[in-house]
Each structure stands twice: as C-alpha cells, then as structure tokens.
Design a protein around this ligand. Structure first.
Ligand SMILES: C[S@@+](CC[C@H](N)C(=O)[O-])C[C@H]1O[C@@H](n2cnc3c(N)ncnc32)[C@H](O)[C@@H]1O
Length: 205
C-alpha cells in the first residue's frame, strides 16, 4: 500500500496528471464555490497566491492584480502558459525579500498549502502572509481537514493525501492564533464530488 501511495504522489507531481485528477474529483466547482462563499474577490484587488500550483484559481477570479508563488518550476511554467498576461508567477519559496515592491496585498490565498507544512514552516509562512497584507486585507486558506463526524472513506482519502500535515479545524486555527486579530475556521463537506472534508480559514489583520 505504501508503494501505491508513493507512486500516486509521484504521478500527481506532473501538472497534466494533477489537472486531470482535479477534473475527476470536481475541483473546478470546489474552487468556484470556495471563491463565491469565502474569498469574495473584488475586481482590481491586489492578490498574492502562495502555493499557487498551476494558478487554476485565476479562472474563478475577476480582473485582479495577481501574483503567484510556488516551489514547483513545472507548475509555474504551466501557469505562465495558461494565464499569460493575467498575473506574475514566481517559482520560488516565499521569503520576506521576495515581496519587496509587491506588497501590500488586499487578499492573500493559500489553497491546499498548509497541510503540506509542519507547524514551524506553516507559522513562518503565515507570518509572511500577515506581513504582506494591507491593513484591511484578509488571508483565506483551504485545506483537507480531519473531523470526528466525517465518513471513514473521507478520512481514508485525506489520510493518503500528499500533504503529511493534515489537521482538524482547531489545529489550523491554532497556526494563525497570535498572528491575526480575527480568525474564523469553517468546515465544509460538500465541495468535492467525493467524500471529503475541507477547512477554510479566513483571517484578518
Ligand atoms: C495541493 S497543491 C495546490 C495548488 C494550488 N493552490 C491549487 O489550488 O490548485 C499544493 C502546492 O503547494 C506547493 N508548495 C508546497 N510547499 C510549498 C512552499 N513551502 N512554498 C510554496 N509552495 C509550496 C506545491 O508545489 C503545490 O503546488
């Protein structure tokens, strides 16, 4: 089973395979519901997307000033091809200096990122997100989430995610505590076509 899981993880690092997998599970509808219910973007806003992957979220955003970061060169290449002219894309680990001349942002997104990071890395990254935000800005995150009431199938799928740091809703909230004045964590079990639970965190400076 461990070999199957690690094989699947390797295959998913290929952008085209990742996109195909996302189509099957209904990721496009998930994104548009997430944007409609939680992100509520406004045209013209300055948006930082950390761990942007192939920047698929851009298909659901109005005309915003978009800046995407991801550590995967392959994902960023795909983002540049698909969304040329819609934003700036950087294949790099986000650091304090990398945002010089770019901040402040009205909106910071971290979609499917925190569950890839341990507590130390996640807290460092959330600190950078907080520092990148304008005074009235917000951070919105989306991640898989453990929940006592979820089905065993959802729990199994989530436990086999590539991200090794899936938390429950309170666990995600704890990462942001002390960094943000207002933190709301929502649970949703209806965003994908498959049994799955998400935690959505909305933080305001
Ligand atoms: C599950 S994917 C989500 C991609 C994209 N946000 C989306 O919604 O399709 C997680 C992404 O986080 C990126 N990633 C992982 N660790 C990262 C880090 N420390 N800094 C930036 N990106 C990271 C991975 O390369 C991957 O593209």
């Amino acid at each position: 089973m461990a070999q199957v899981t690690s094989g699947l993880r390797a295959v998913l690092s290929v952008p085209a395979v990742y996109d195909l997998f996302e189509n099957v599970v209904g990721a496009a509808r998930c994104r548009s519901t997430f944007v409609h219910d939680f992100v509520r973007p406004v045209a013209g806003e300055r948006v930082l997307d950390v761990g942007c992957g192939t920047a698929a979220i851009l298909a659901c955003l109005p005309d915003v000033d978009y800046c995407g970061y991801d550590i995967s060169e392959a994902y960023i290449d795909k983002a540049r091809m698909r969304f040329a002219g819609r934003g700036r894309f950087f294949a790099a680990l986000l650091s304090d200096h990398s945002l010089d001349g770019e901040r402040p942002f009205d909106l910071v997104l971290a979609i499917g990122l925190l569950h890839h990071l341990d507590d130390t890395e996640a807290t460092r990254l959330l600190g950078l997100c907080r520092a990148a935000l304008a005074r009235q800005g917000r951070l919105v995150t989306l991640d898989p989430c453990y929940d006592r009431s979820q089905s065993p199938v959802a729990r199994w799928i989530i436990a086999h995610d590539r991200g090794q740091n899936v938390r429950d809703a309170d666990g995600y909230g704890r990462l942001a505590a002390g960094l943000f004045a207002r933190i709301a964590v929502h649970r949703r079990g209806d965003l994908l076509r498959i049994p799955y639970t998400h935690a959505i965190m909305v933080c305001q400076a």
